[in-house]
Write a protein that binds this ligand. Sequence first.
Ligand SMILES: NC(=O)c1ccc[n+]([C@@H]2O[C@H](COP(=O)([O-])OP(=O)(O)OC[C@H]3O[C@@H](n4cnc5c(N)ncnc54)[C@H](OP(=O)(O)O)[C@@H]3O)[C@@H](O)[C@H]2O)c1
Length: 311
Amino acid sequence: MKEIDAQKPVNATIMSTVDQSGTFVLGDKRVKRLGYGAMQLAGPGVFGPPNDRDSALAVLHESIASGVNHIDTSDFYGPHVTNQLIREALHPYPADLVIVTKVGARRGADKSWIPALSRQELIDAVHDNLRNLDLDSLDVVNLRVGGLERPSNTSIAEYVAVLVELKRNGLIRHIGLSNISQTQLKEAQTLTEIVCVQNLYNIAQRDDDAFIEDLTRQDIPYVPFFPLGGFNPLQSAALDDVARSLDATAMQVALAWLLKRSPNILLIPGTSSLQHLRENLKAAALRLPADAVDTLDAIARKPEQETQKHI
Ligand SMILES: NC(=O)c1ccc[n+]([C@@H]2O[C@H](COP(=O)([O-])OP(=O)(O)OC[C@H]3O[C@@H](n4cnc5c(N)ncnc54)[C@H](OP(=O)(O)O)[C@@H]3O)[C@@H](O)[C@H]2O)c1
């Protein structure tokens, strides 16, 4: 394993940049709003070992050394691979680190994503996370309900009840929800406290605008997945123009727009590249002028002409 000391020293500028993203309470800790999503660390198709193991470990080391204290993961990334890399790179974990994992799916041998929401599958998934992260208790577990299609309003009470039981047993400290609708959040809140919502949202995919307003009122973090467009990174002439005018990159502008969008938005951009990690972490220092925000807001209003949204 490559030691962090062997890496290029972390630039103090990056550390102060992450701090500039601000903070918000997630579960029982206050985290920086700019975090890191670990999904890209597994092999191609989020399956199997990484192409470059040393680089994957270096990305984790540098994210923490740069001040990130919120990492999003799941045991079905790999499967098991991402959590095992996190454990190898970061255990024993820094006291301020919040690791958020998710349950509700499993992987087929053909790399498919299969719903796994039965009582036993949820229990097994929590134990897989505990074992592979080497923890006695998980900070936050997101119940991932839907896939990448739009969330529905079908009842999730049966699944949430299983996590409530595991929380009562001390295996989970906090429960979040992923790929859900506002109706499903309301139902879950009758059963337990929900500490975060993780849905698909970015500068071009804004189906959750009203949902975000609702969560802002409730002081609940909203954690957009695919903040950079996911498997098909965002492409937009307007985004490029704004980036050029600010001497920034398109990805930095996309992240800065999310930070500005609402104070309860927490970012978990994913990357397997140190260069991209460094670029993304600098986004918190980027201030968007009002005319740039107007231009960026318009991207979601003209999806067909300008923005590829084929996520
Ligand atoms: N709840 C769910 O169902 C769900 C679904 C998907 C993801 N997630 C979570 O959300 C996190 C973020 O999602 P994501 O990683 O899929 O998507 P993302 O953050 O929107 O984008 C990641 C993609 O953008 C590329 N990228 C990152 N930084 C870049 C940069 N500065 N310039 C150019 N390309 C860049 C990455 O490639 P490189 O590796 O080459 O940088 C990767 O292909 C994941 O890590 C995961 O924890 C949750």
